[in-house]
Design a binder for this molecule. Structure first.
Ligand code: CP
Ligand code: NVA
Length: 303
């Protein structure tokens, strides 16, 4: 049985197959309308969500399946009963589990004790479904190719950074990660990404200087304060201000596309001009969440 907890255990071919299936599902949804017929999937949320919650729910319905939404009261894993019992019970009824959790170990436990595929819909370390939608978006924007693609992640080194970096490395993309000092991505994951990049023709570059992103095709942001972070916005703003994405920065870097996983804090990490600009890919990324996730679900549950 396969899970989708991170992208790093997948090959370039497997990730490309997911992107291509997502593109085909987007173009021909009727072809897949019964792909998950008779299947039920529990979607668990320990943290808030707009895009993930709605895109999984609607996406599963478009595949003929049934999503069971478990909110923060009923989806609070390990509180009313252990994660192990949660996984054992859910496996009696559902064909898959999608979970957004605080701690990656919770996903590992769900996968260990449950008997159905588990999909990570965000944890402290990764956001793999986001990365698949992001690279589907870049693939489409570049005329259905990732050959020679380059992207700069600018901001806080976090779960989104890790998945963007790892998936980019496997897909052969050049990923430049620019963060303030003290906010770099996890050092072990950077090493893993650099190894994967060397094997797959990608490149992972780390820097604290935005000038090192010159020449990239796309600039990518996430929020400077992730769910569960405790620093105040005022404190964060002081540290991150030189890293704001605005028109001046886009011009200086020569970057065409602006990407953001959302929610976006307008005027904080990025200005309205770039968020609403002609080459902003935000809504395409949001739409592709559903297509990419459906491709992941079909890969896990029907192959
Ligand atoms: N990008 C993303 O995961 O959005 P939500 O937190 O709204 O699901
Ligand atoms: N890094 C952010 C991503 C939100 C989609 C968080 O974890 O809150």
């Amino acid at each position: 049985m396969q899970h989708f907890l991170t992208v790093k255990d997948r090959s370039k071919e497997e990730l490309m197959d997911i992107i291509k299936l997502a593109v085909d599902f987007k173009a021909n949804p009727a072809k897949y309308s019964q792909a998950l017929a008779g299947k039920s999937i529990a979607t668990i949320y320990e943290k808030p969500s707009l895009r993930t919650r709605v895109s999984f729910d609607v996406g599963i319905a478009k595949l003929g399946g049934h999503a069971v939404y478990m909110d923060q009261q009923n989806g609070a894993l390990g509180k009313r009963e252990s994660v192990k019992d949660f996984a054992l019970n859910l496996s009696c009824w559902v064909d898959g589990i999608v979970a957004r959790v605080f701690d990656h170990n919770t996903l590992l436990e769900l996968a260990e004790f449950g008997s159905v595929p588990v999909v990570n819909s965000l944890c402290d370390l990764y956001h793999p479904c986001q990365a698949m939608a992001d690279y589907q978006t870049l693939y489409e924007a570049r005329g259905n190719s990732l050959e020679g693609a380059s992207i700069a992640y600018i901001g806080d080194g976090n779960n989104v950074t890790h998945s963007l970096m790892l998936a980019g490395a496997i897909l052969g993309v050049k990923v430049v990660v620019i963060t303030p000092v003290g906010y770099s991505p996890d050092a072990h994951l950077v090493l893993e990404a650099q190894k994967l990049a060397a094997e797959n023709g990608g490149e992972i570059i780390l820097s604290h200087n935005v000038d090192d992103a010159k020449g990239v095709e796309a600039v990518y942001n996430d929020t400077w304060i992730s769910m569960g972070d405790t620093k105040s916005l005022e404190e964060i703003k002081k540290i991150f201000e030189p890293y704001q994405t605005n028109v001046e920065l886009m011009v200086k870097l020569g970057a065409k596309y602006f990407m953001h996983c959302q929610p976006v804090y307008r005027g904080i990490e990025a200005t309205d001009e770039v968020v609403d600009g002609e080459d902003s890919l935000l809504m395409q990324q949001a739409e592709n969440r559903m297509h990419a996730q459906n491709a992941v679900l079909m890969t896990l549950l029907t192959k």
